[in-house]
Design a binder for this molecule. Structure first.
Ligand SMILES: C[S@@+](CC[C@H](N)C(=O)[O-])C[C@H]1O[C@@H](n2cnc3c(N)ncnc32)[C@H](O)[C@@H]1O
Length: 406
């Protein structure tokens, strides 16, 4: 009988399709935004690094992450009016020899028939990506911007090694797939090897994990603490975890079995990620699967999620809070697959709608007239520009003015 890992590339599972959807849209936006800022830089380079690359194609003909990245970068070359990048690079590392040789073949076939893809430098090698850390770092250092994708099976990740890749590069986004299910299982075991796996995965010491295990937290809540702890000091403005379900018997199962974690310094990239998530959640097939209890059920902290109410609760706790700070708090939470409606996910459009409702109801006020729509004489409304950059977000200060009895 084949194990789950060797069957992975036979048919693309539905949850893998969701993950690929999120990767494709987020990367597409990231390249577009990076292109805009690369205008001033001679010989600007964009690098996509796939640390757990797989085969590139599934046996059913669907595309894997390195081919998705190749598509996104080819489309950039085909459709951008102004192309500021002089070089586009993909680095794809795969530990399994057979997978990597299939990847090489798949890429060769694409390159043969596509003159545009052919302009992208595709570097691939067989081995553990950690053995190539210093090479990857030097590629990243010489790229003005880029994207790192870490998509391991099960618990095969060393967060310290991963963090060292993006420690000294500023404009590189990172997307990590975290297998919550597998981690919960290992956390529940009491042998030394399992403890060590958790410590290495999250880059935390044994005492921290042992204290968590002794506490009354469920394994699921403990994993959320470990994710936060392991990423608390990274130099990225936004760390956004979203929950994904898993596939069982070909259908999406409505538990939150994986987290996909985006680390970025860009409001636009965060927004593209959350927009795709909101779109996925609006999908009918997924709504029909909403039969199962939530991972977060029973945990008041995560009983989510009404955007207006959450904004009120956060602004009420602070005398004055900038829009940037508010967004960072909203992003810092974990978004449950089930409990949030698409309209409540804090994309900039949804946020603006909620904030404008609160301004109209006089439950919230802004302390200056920056980014207030001058055309609306009777109502105070925030303009879309307020959400277009970190510096604009920081200039909008919010004050809670609603009743304290709410
Ligand atoms: C979940 S699959 C990746 C799927 C791929 N990212 C995609 O979206 O199509 C994980 C892959 O990582 C490979 N792998 C596991 N440990 C690795 C390591 N340390 N370095 C590089 N590849 C590794 C496995 O052989 C497997 O093919």
């Amino acid at each position: 009988m084949k194990n789950i890992e060797s069957k992975h590339f036979e048919i693309q599972n539905k949850h893998t399709e969701l993950k690929h959807n999120l990767l494709q849209n987020t990367l597409n936006t990231a390249v577009g935004i990076a292109n805009h800022f690369a205008g001033q830089i001679p010989s600007a380079t964009y690098t996509f690094v796939d640390l757990f690359a797989g085969k590139g194609m599934f046996d059913d003909g669907t595309k894997g992450s390195p081919v998705i990245a190749l598509d996104v970068l080819s489309n950039y070359l085909k459709s951008s009016l102004i192309k500021n990048f002089k070089q586009l690079k993909i680095i794809a590392i795969e530990k399994d020899e057979n997978n990597q040789s299939e990847l090489e073949q798949n890429i060769e076939n694409i390159m043969k028939s596509d003159d545009v893809a052919n302009q992208i430098l595709f570097l691939t090698t067989n081995g553990d990506w950690q053995h190539y850390s210093s090479t990857i770092k030097s590629h990243l250092k010489t790229s003005n911007s880029g994207f790192i994708f870490a998509d391991p099976f099960s618990t095969q990740l060393n967060m310290q090694n991963l963090k060292s890749l993006f420690k000294n590069v500023k404009y590189h986004d990172v997307l990590i797939l975290i297998n919550n299910n597998a981690l919960e299982r290992v956390l529940g075991l009491s042998d030394a090897k399992s403890l060590n796996t958790i410590c290495e995965y999250f880059d935390v010491d044994k005492d921290f994990v042992l204290k968590l295990k002794e506490s009354n937290l469920s394994n699921a809540a403990a994993i959320r603490h470990l994710i936060k702890k392991s990423l608390e000091n990274v130099d990225k403005d936004y760390v956004i975890n979203i929950a994904l379900p898993r596939t069982r018997n070909g259908k999406i199962e409505n538990g939150d079995r994986f987290y996909l974690c985006l680390l970025t310094g860009s409001v636009g990239v965060s927004d593209a990620y959350l927009k795709t998530y909101a779109e996925i959640k609006g999908n009918k097939e997924i709504q029909n699967n909403n039969g199962q209890t939530s991972l977060f059920q029973g945990n008041v902290e995560y009983e989510y999620f009404n955007l207006c109410e959450t904004i009120k609760a956060i602004t009420k706790r602070n005398e004055i809070i900038s829009l940037y700070e508010l967004i960072s708090i909203l992003y810092d939470d974990f978004f449950s697959w089930k409990n949030a409606n698409s309209k409540e996910i804090p994309t900039s459009i949804n946020l603006r709608t909620s904030l404008n409702i609160l301004l109209e109801n006089k439950e919230l006020d802004v302390s200056s007239n920056d980014f207030i729509d001058k055309r609306c004489k009777l109502k105070k409304k925030l303009t879309t520009e307020a959400f277009s950059s970190k510096s604009n977000l920081s200039k909008v200060n919010l004050v809670y003015t609603g009743s304290s009895f709410h």
